[in-house]
Design a protein around this ligand. Sequence first.
Ligand SMILES: [Zn+2]
Length: 93
Amino acid sequence: MDAERKKGLLAEKRRGLKEMRSLREFIRGSVVVLKRPCSYRGCKRCQAGLKHPGLYHTVSKAGKTQTTYLGSALAPRCREQGEAYKRLLVPYG
Ligand SMILES: [Zn+2]
């Protein structure tokens, strides 16, 4: 590898690290609304097939989808972190 190419790659690495620091927080995956049944046996919503909509974070790990309940309090921050992660994947122009 010639010196000029090495210098270019190091500059690119520095830009990448700077951008990662500026984003501060990022998370892989998506924020989604899932309708899930509750554990209450006599629940009329579940018996009617309506279930309970809620905000969840889903992420694929080793081919399996991991689902974590967020609720309305955590969902906006998680959504921002997900968008920050996607920005990380955009190659530098
Ligand atoms: Zn229910």
